[in-house]
Design a protein around this ligand. Structure first.
Ligand code: GLA
Length: 381
């Protein structure tokens, strides 16, 4: 064959191979795509944004409630699964006022006893939505608001900025509050969540994300076989109403101790008053890391090989083992979510802090810049 023809043949083969590779491999650069997720009762439309990285990891987030709707990560054989509980449609999220699947929680994550606190010599009365208490920001918390979304992706990472203005008096909380949450999917399979906020009056603030994980894939059964380690030697005990007593106790010698790895299910049924009050794990752990970003939790699913490492600047983490899920909820693809179908690791300030002077302060004053960071890092082993 003449040299020229041979060269052309090789080029054609190289081009064909290139096309094949392009079709088979995920996009080389980070991407953010957008589609309509659904229409809210007030006529506004909610969007669904999908962040993709070069490994093909995909995170879908809606600006309704800032909800992380799906996280698709590979197992040890490279098979993708969606590792968070939730719904396929906006209607699913609109109809669920109990689980807070994947949502941004504010103004105050977790409970405030009797929905009351004093600040600057005044008593504030909040919306009550959990027995006698206020939970996760009240009746219409940040999880039910439409956030303003902006694509802040760079050449190295896909990113979505969500902003929300919470007006003075909303759900009983003082001060006009501007909140910004940036979700970034990095090239190293980390979902970074950075929260910032400022206020024009003294207020209290506790922000978190309420994702329920099942590292074998949502809808695949319970999470009792997940191996968990928490960087926490202490926790804040609760009373029967799930409100902190104000004590800060050691976990050593109790079934709440995850300072060394344990399956979530190993001791969940132990004869322990705290476990009985909560119907499983539903506790705020006091993180050992003193300020700055520090490792808070490692969850490992031996079945799939997926691992989740949670790093945070926050002082606490709520381990919740999905005790209130009862199978009546049908999530993605109609999957029934039974008790313990997912676990939450809600990085946070301690519950009911405004009523406990010995807990780290959650007060935010005008002129102060609130910022917290949580990183969810996925890997396999
Ligand atoms: C948090 C609380 C739980 C429960 C869930 C939502 O994790 O600690 O008690 O209210 O939210 O169902």
């Amino acid at each position: 064959m003449p040299i020229r023809a041979r060269a052309l043949g090789t080029m054609a083969a190289a081009l064909a191979l290139g096309a094949l590779l392009m079709a088979a491999t995920p996009p080389a650069s980070p991407r953010l795509s957008q589609k309509v997720f659904g229409t809210l009762p007030d006529g506004h439309s909610a969007e669904l944004f999908t962040l993709t990285n070069a490994h093909g990891m995909r995170v879908a987030i809606t600006n309704f409630g800032g909800i992380v709707q799906s996280i698709q990560v590979p197992d040890r054989n490279g098979h993708l699964a969606d590792v968070v509980l939730g719904y396929d449609s906006l209607a699913g999220y609109l109809g669920d006022t109990k689980t807070y699947f994947g949502a941004l929680i504010g103004r105050y994550a977790n409970r405030i006893a009797f929905g009351k606190f004093a600040l600057g010599g005044r008593m504030y009365v909040l919306a009550i939505n959990d027995g006698k208490n206020s939970l996760h920001g009240g009746k219409q918390g940040f999880n039910r608001k439409l956030w303003t979304a902006r694509d802040t992706s760079t050449t190295t990472a896909a990113a979505l900025e969500l902003t929300y203005h919470s007006r003075d008096g909303e759900e009983g909380y003082p001060g006009n509050l501007n909140v910004e949450v940036v979700y970034t999917l990095t090239a190293s399979d980390q979902l970074r969540i950075v929260y910032t906020a400022s206020t024009d009056k003294p207020t209290v603030l506790n922000l978190t994300n309420h994702s329920y994980f099942n590292l074998s894939g949502e809808g695949s059964g319970d999470i009792l076989g997940t191996e968990l380690t928490l960087a926490a030697r202490r926790y804040t005990p609760i009373n029967a109403g799930l409100i902190p007593t104000g004590a800060v106790d050691a976990v050593a010698g109790t079934p709440l101790d995850f300072t060394t790895p344990h399956h979530i299910g190993d001791r969940i049924g132990a004869a322990n008053q705290q476990l009985q009050f909560a119907g499983g794990y539903d506790f705020n752990y006091v993180l050992d890391g003193g300020g700055g970003l520090a490792l808070a939790a490692t969850a490992y699913d031996p079945a799939s090989g997926r691992e989740l490492r949670v790093t945070t600047t926050q002082p606490g983490i709520q381990l919740y083992s999905g005790n209130f899920l009862d199978g009546t909820i049908h999530g993605k693809s109609g999957h029934g979510y039974a008790r313990h179908a997912g676990f939450c690791l809600e990085t946070q300030h301690f519950p009911d802090s405004p009523n406990h002077r010995n807990f780290p302060s959650t007060e935010l004053d005008p002129g102060q810049h609130f910022t917290e960071t949580t990183i969810l890092a996925f890997a396999v082993r």
